[in-house]
Structures are given as structure tokens and as C-alpha cells.
Write a protein that binds this ligand. Structure first.
Ligand code: FAD
Ligand code: SF4
Length: 335
């Protein structure tokens, strides 16, 4: 059994107190919500925060409410199970429910939270190993070493974003609220991410992600497909999300496609714009999927080979867009 390193656990009673404790403790502190990713990373000694500020039970982070524009404002502390089961999500955001149910296992979804998923650490085969394994190999710059095992000549870490919800939520134009003792602000979810495996979030360490705001689907067709070896368990080796608005005449008015598990941040694919002004025909879909395959450059640091994941960009984008082409109504079917 691998044991956790020692740490002090602080359980604040309110969001204000959590922000204060986090600010006062400084860089030695980390937030913990469900702990389903943080604790395994600590056990493997990838990180060793001296203070953990637990926000899982904060009542301010548990709310789900209808926003004025018909969208949803969802508290970051809600578990993935509660997210998928919430009546408003079931009724109005079928694609979000489906993506949440694609994450890991029921037990982990009972603990893991929305906020933890949006802030999930990046992953890499060379890093997500025990300390013993890493030291035997020579470790890398995201842990104790100074070179990258994936691209030894480079000066950056390429560890990949591996959370399932961000690609879909970015495609839908979601925003997040960040709160600290200094400032309270809203940014687009896309702005939260940086293409850097070590510093993958743009938010300051003392900022707490408190709420996700998803605009109303309002007729948008959307979905998420995930490549993984074990369909009931694994992190994505590739994620493809798309949100497409089709007019009454069958012509695409707007389209956004976002890839997960390819770079250190969810990757917006400009190739989606080729669909605008077109019908979702086999030819139009193939043109976009082929271009995405050419331009996506997954590195060899996750499950499957680089070339297989690159090929799957095409296959998964095609499958998803063909599915959206068949939809008459925005997908909201409970399952
Ligand atoms: C075996 C296994 C399989 C998994 N499979 C998947 C998968 O298929 N897809 C997937 O997406 N994930 C997967 N996960 C990861 C994880 O279970 C989920 O992503 C979960 O949603 C993480 O939420 P959490 O509350 O447990 O996060 P935690 O582990 O508590 O935190 C994760 C990170 O987010 C930060 N954080 C948490 N909440 C906030 C907040 N409100 N504001 C700011 N920072 C915050 C923490 O400081 C930490 O850095 C898997 C994990 C395991 C162990
Ligand atoms: S991409 Fe390189 S630096 Fe980053 S975790 Fe992997 S081996 Fe380490």
C-alpha cells in the first residue's frame, strides 16, 4: 500500500473562510474537493502540499440554478453523480450528462466534483507512476528532474489535459466564476487553460473556482466522444467535443470542435469553421475530419501510439458529427 505524505487538513465552514485560509497559507497549500485525483498524485509523491483546504462540503458550492438566459449555473462542489442526475441537467443538458457519465467509475463519480474535473492536473505516462518507478527511470521536470522524457531536447512539459468535461463545456461557450480574498471574476472556461503541462491553469493559486455557467443550448446540437482502452474506467486517450447550430434550412450557422487529451490544454480546432454555411453532409464532415487529423499532433505520452491517436481524431470527429447530423432536436435524452 502506498501511504499519503503527512499534511494538515483544514475544513473551512464557508467560502469566505476557505478563501482566507488558502490566501494565508500561501504556496504550501492546495485545495482538495473529492480528492480522487489529488490524493493519488500525493501518494505517488508527484506533489506534496503541506496544507489541504477541503472545499467539498461548502454549501455555497452545491447549488444548481437556472440562469436568467435559460442556461445553468452549477456549483463547483457538486459531485459528478449529482451533476448527471440533476433534473435540470437531465432535462436541458443531455450532452453534459452523457459526458459526466463517461468519467471514470460510479464510485469515483460519487466523490469527484465538477470543480475538481475542471481543474484536473495534466497527465503523462512518465509522471503518473510511483516515486520508485520515476527514480528508477531518472524522473522528469514536472517532478524532481530537469528534463522531459517525452521531448528531451525541449524546455517545456507536454503532459496532456485529461479531464472529460472541459472540451464539451468550452464548445458550449461555458464560463467560470473565480473567487479569492482579492478579487471575484468571471472568465470563459477556455481562458482558464494554458498550454503548459506544469502550469496548466491561468488562475492564481489562491483563486477558488466556485461556479460553472453554461449557456442555454437553445437548439444547439452537441456531444462528446472519448477514446479509451477500458470503457468503464480509463482517462481519455482522446476526447472530441462538438457544438453545432443548424438553421431551419439545414445549413450550419455556427460550429465549434474542441479536442481533449492532445495538448496540455483543451484544443479549439479552427477546422470546424469549414462547416459554417454548409450542410452536415458526408463530404463536409470528411473535409473537416481529414483536416483535423492532419493538424492534430498528439504526443507519445498517453495510452495508444501517437499515430493511432492521430488517426482516431478523424474517426471520432466523423462519428460525432455524423451523429449530430442525424439529430433533429438538441440532445437531451435521459439515459
Ligand atoms: C482510476 C481513476 C480514473 C479516472 N478517470 C477519469 C476519467 O475518465 N475522466 C476524467 O475526467 N477524470 C477521471 N479521473 C479523475 C477524477 O476522478 C475526476 O476528474 C474528478 O472529477 C476530480 O474531481 P475531485 O473533486 O476528486 O478533484 P480533486 O482530486 O479534489 O482535485 C483535483 C484538482 O483540482 C483542484 N480543485 C478541486 N476543486 C477546485 C475548485 N473548486 N477550485 C479550484 N481548484 C480546485 C485541486 O486543488 C486539485 O489540483 C479518474 C481518477 C481515477 C483515480
Ligand atoms: S511531458 Fe515530459 S516533463 Fe511533462 S510529465 Fe511527461 S515526461 Fe515529465
Amino acid at each position: 500500500m502506498i501511504r499519503l505524505p503527512p499534511f494538515q487538513l483544514v475544513v473551512p465552514g464557508s467560502l469566505d473562510e476557505a478563501a482566507r485560509v488558502l490566501a494565508d497559507a500561501g504556496p504550501v497549500a492546495s485545495l482538495v474537493a473529492g480528492g480522487t485525483d489529488l490524493y493519488p498524485n500525493m501518494k505517488r509523491r508527484q506533489i506534496a502540499p503541506a496544507v489541504l483546504v477541503s472545499i467539498a462540503a461548502l454549501p455555497e458550492l452545491q447549488t444548481v440554478r437556472q440562469a436568467a438566459d435559460g442556461g445553468l449555473a452549477i456549483g463547483a462542489g457538486i459531485t459528478l453523480t449529482s451533476l448527471a442526475d440533476h433534473p435540470l441537467v437531465r432535462k436541458q443538458f443531455g450532452p453534459l450528462r452523457d459526458a459526466a457519465l463517461d468519467i471514470s467509475t460510479p464510485l469515483l463519480r460519487n466523490m469527484g466534483t465538477l470543480g475538481g474535473n475542471l481543474c484536473l492536473d495534466t497527465r503523462c505516462h512518465f509522471l503518473n507512476q510511483t516515486e520508485f518507478w520515476r527514480h528508477a527511470l531518472g524522473t522528469c521536470m514536472k517532478a524532481e528532474g530537469d528534463i522531459c522524457r517525452v521531448a528531451p531536447g525541449g524546455s517545456r512539459c507536454w503532459a496532456i489535459t485529461s479531464a472529460d468535461l472541459p472540451p464539451l463545456l468550452i464548445a458550449l461557450g461555458a464560463r467560470v466564476q473565480l473567487v479569492s480574498t482579492r478579487v471575484e471574476r468571471k472568465i470563459s472556461l477556455s481562458e482558464l487553460y494554458r498550454d503548459d503541462g506544469i502550469a496548466w491553469l491561468t488562475k492564481a493559486p489562491d483563486e477558488i473556482l466556485t461556479e460553472l455557467i453554461v449557456p442555454s443550448l437553445d437548439g444547439m446540437r452537441a456531444g462528446y466522444l472519448k477514446l479509451r482502452r477500458r470503457a468503464t474506467f480509463d482517462f481519455p486517450a482522446l476526447g472530441v467535443a462538438a457544438a453545432v447550430r443548424v438553421g431551419a434550412d439545414g445549413v450550419v450557422e455556427s460550429a465549434r470542435i474542441v479536442l481533449g487529451a492532445v495538448t496540455s490544454r483543451p484544443l479549439d480546432m479552427p477546422e470546424a469553421q469549414r462547416l459554417v454555411g454548409e450542410r452536415l453532409t458526408t463530404e463536409a464532415i470528411a473535409s473537416v475530419a481529414d483536416a483535423m487529423q492532419r493538424n492534430a499532433k498528439p504526443l507519445h505520452l498517453a495510452d495508444y501510439t501517437h499515430s493511432y491517436r492521430k488517426r482516431m481524431v478523424n474517426v471520432y470527429a466523423t462519428r460525432l458529427l455524423e451523429r449530430l447530423a442525424q439529430e433533429q432536436e438538441p440532445a437531451a435524452a435521459p439515459r
